[in-house]
Design a protein around this ligand. Structure first.
Ligand SMILES: [Mg+2]
Length: 388
């Protein structure tokens, strides 16, 4: 009997909060929750894979319900399974979703596909009875490393927030075991951002600070900020300019010798390749932040890792955007440099399974089958509602 996908469901949920970065506010932000139900039953319970679309891009219910879920459900089940027929083949499911899609112009279809792909990988790992990070390491002939670097992303702008509150927020991250924290810049005048940075640095002492402009700056402003930021020993200067303005990023290296980071708004391996070809990114110090959930999923992320390696970069230079457990699994299985996390935001979606503590800015992956959503009680409760 071939393993079958019997249903693909989507519900669009709010993940709104009053925060803003330099580019958008999150007052109307949503995410898609997806359940991929299989005909496999273990211990009296149907195996269902779950996914959601990270954060920062809106839910993709229209595309999922109208186009991508029907293609999976209409496909010959044998064409979605592995050779033995005893599990799904995520790459074959991915190919079924992408039939009759033209190349390029990735838009937000990559988010819809990435969300379903997360659920397919969750189901596949559960059917094999293994944590996804173990399954991935096995498939790639690698040694899994359950210990993953994580940093605390926050420092957003929100109404009435002053320097004391910003410092208290960052102190809270240190108290929870983080040694690297991140804050937003570019949503205030440069001198105010300088005061915010100095306030945080005074608060965090030996810990490290990254700053994120969310693609807000034109070249002139990006350079002004580079000249201000290089006065400080920052962990990285993130997404200075438009995600597709590779010339801006390349020019910036002349003014900013310390580490820079970008890539969370590039949604395909072709875009990642162009970044590495044309944006002057430096493999000895810079960081790449592609988020699989936004960019066609893990099937595509493996191709992205291929172009990263072909360009002479180590997978250690990748620390994905998004703060979700899928990227934690990829980091532990495929040797990435770590993962973002948002200790106070985007709940119940982001974060770690219950009981996983941050120590010295690292977590240890529990041995849960699949991606590990079953270990996070608030999240799995929301997921079960989609499936049942
Ligand atoms: Mg960012």
């Amino acid at each position: 009997m071939t393993v079958r996908i019997i249903d693909v469901r989507e519900v669009t949920k709010p993940i709104a909060s009053p925060i803003r970065n330099a580019y958008i506010d999150f007052t109307k932000m949503t995410t898609s929750l997806v359940a991929v139900a299989t005909d496999v039953v273990r211990d009296g319970r149907r195996i269902v894979g779950y996914g959601f679309n990270s954060n920062g891009r809106y839910g993709q219910g229209g595309l999922i319900r109208e186009r991508f879920a029907p293609r999976i459900l209409e496909a010959d089940p044998g064409s979605l399974a592995n050779e033995a027929g005893d599990n799904l083949d995520p790459d074959r499911v991915w190919a079924a979703m992408m039939q009759n899609e033209k190349p390029g112009g990735h838009g937000e279809r990559s988010v819809a596909v990435g969300t379903i792909d997360m659920a397919v990988w969750d189901a596949t790992a559960k059917i094999s009875g293994k944590p996804l990070f173990r399954l991935l390491a096995e498939r790639h002939g690698l040694e899994a490393d359950p210990r993953v670097f994580v940093y605390a992303a926050g420092g957003y702008y929100y109404p009435g927030k002053d320097l004391a509150q910003l410092r208290a927020e960052m102190r809270g991250y240190l108290d929870r075991g983080y040694t690297v924290v991140k804050m937003k810049i570019g949503g205030a005048p440069i001198e105010e951002d300088r005061r915010r940075i100095e306030a945080v640095l005074a608060e965090i002492g030996e810990a490290r600070l990254a700053v994120d402009a969310n693609g807000r700056f034109d070249l002139e402003t990006a350079i002004q900020y580079a000249k201000m930021l290089r006065d400080y020993p920052l962990f990285w200067y993130e997404e200075a300019g438009d995600p597709l303005d590779y010339a801006l990023q390349a020019a910036l290296a002349e003014f900013y010798p310390r580490p820079m980071a970008t890539g969370e708004n590039l949604f395909s391996h072709q875009d990642a390749r162009n970044l590495l070809r044309y944006a002057g990114m430096r493999p000895d110090r810079d960081w790449l932040q592609f988020d699989c959930a936004l960019s066609y999923g893990l099937c595509e992320y493996q191709r992205t890792l291929g172009v990263v390696k072909a360009a002479g970069w180590s997978p250690r230079r990748l620390i994905p955007h998004g703060g979700h457990q899928m990227s934690l699994a990829i980091a532990a299985g495929l040797g990435l440099g770590g993962n973002e996390s948002y200790p106070d935001l985007f709940q119940p979606y982001g974060g770690f399974p219950d009981g996983v503590a941050v120590e010295d800015s690292h977590i240890a992956m529990p041995e849960l089958p699949g991606i590990g959503f079953e270990g996070k009680s608030d999240l799995i409760a929301a997921m079960h509602k989609v499936a049942e």
